[in-house]
Write a protein of this length. Structure first.
Length: 316
């Protein structure tokens, strides 16, 4: 039995698979063309944010399971997988604490201009402190778009640790969940955007979905507001955000996910002021990476030995 892995995973997963008689093999390059060429006779695939498209799935005649190293399976062609009786699994919640902590870190970094300050000192501009114009978060309103596990953890840190008021918009979440976490429920996106000092996106969806944040919704936000996205890159229109930052519509923005990953080197967004960008590393702590990889490895082992794995993803 063989497991093909599209991108690096924690060594604990490799050790588990190998000790259970499952050989492991990495793609020589983490792109779909290479994966399609090299997937070959693999019985299982573990993939991270690269996903697995139709061509790659069709190129693997022995494939029985695609295990997603994360919660979002929007880059996996689940329909094609199930047409071929291939199971798809994911790892919901396994990296939620790490993603929540990065979210709060990005909020703090944007509010206090930490990246700009670091750059200024390295350039010999110690006087940057006189023009930094930071924002104190205590007493400010955090607006959460989506209120799943990660957003709930962010709300707890922000309210209990920073003294922020938290509001959230998530139509599919029962009112009792908001009450349990002490978070006010916004009944529409527009209301949230108008009332939040910090907007953080945690809503799931499909890559074909229309961006939640684009020119018209950016126009509703407060002029001193901060936009943070650690959820899905397609939720924010990159060109519209770049223009809003150029025009000084926001205090700043911090993104861990983008519409196109990696972005073109000449992307206008990368030249926008008051922007922090990180390379989709929300769940990349040692603790989360080990949890994610081991869950994937156990799912692969279960399927290849005829057992039902946890966290099956249903066909769209």
């Amino acid at each position: 039995m063989e497991c093909f892995i599209t991108q690096p995973v924690h060594e604990a997963a490799i050790a588990f698979l190998n000790s259970h008689g499952i050989a492991t093999r990495y793609a020589s390059n983490p792109d779909m063309q290479t994966v399609t060429r090299e997937i070959g006779s693999a019985d299982a695939v573990i993939t991270r944010d690269l996903g697995l498209d139709r061509q790659a799935i069709l190129a693997a005649p022995n494939l029985k399971i695609i295990s997603c190293h994360g919660a979002g399976t929007n880059r996996i062609d689940v329909t094609t997988a199930y047409e071929r009786s291939i199971l798809v699994t994911n790892t919901p919640g396994a990296n939620s604490q790490s993603v929540a902590e990065l979210t709060v870190g990005l909020i703090l970094a944007s509010a206090r201009n930490i990246c700009q300050a670091d750059h200024a000192v390295r350039q010999g501009n110690w006087d940057f402190r006189y023009s930094a114009q930071g924002i104190e978060l205590h007493g400010k309103t955090l607006g959460l778009i989506g209120f799943g596990t990660i957003a709930q953890k962010v709300a707890t840190i922000a309210s209990k640790g920073l003294g922020m008021r938290c509001i959230a918009w998530s139509p599919s979440v029962p009112a009792a969940v908001f009450t349990k976490h002490g978070v006010e429920q916004s009944h529409n996106l527009e209301e949230l955007l108008k009332n939040a000092d910090v907007v953080s996106i945690h809503r799931s969806g499909k890559t074909t979905d229309k961006p939640i944040i684009e020119a018209s919704t950016l126009a509703l936000m407060r002029s001193h507001a901060i936009l943070v996205n650690v959820g899905r890159g397609f939720a924010v229109d990159s060109a519209d955000l770049a223009q809003a930052l150029e025009d000084g519509q926001l205090h700043g923005a911090a993104l861990d996910v983008l519409q196109q990953e990696p972005p073109p080197r000449d992307a206008p967004l990368l030249r926008a002021p008051s922007l922090i960008v990180t390379p989709h590393l929300g769940g990349t702590t040692q603790e989360a990476l080990q949890r994610l990889a081991l869950i994937c490895a156990h799912q692969v082992w279960d399927v290849l030995t005829g057992k039902k794995p946890e966290h099956l993803v249903l066909a769209h």
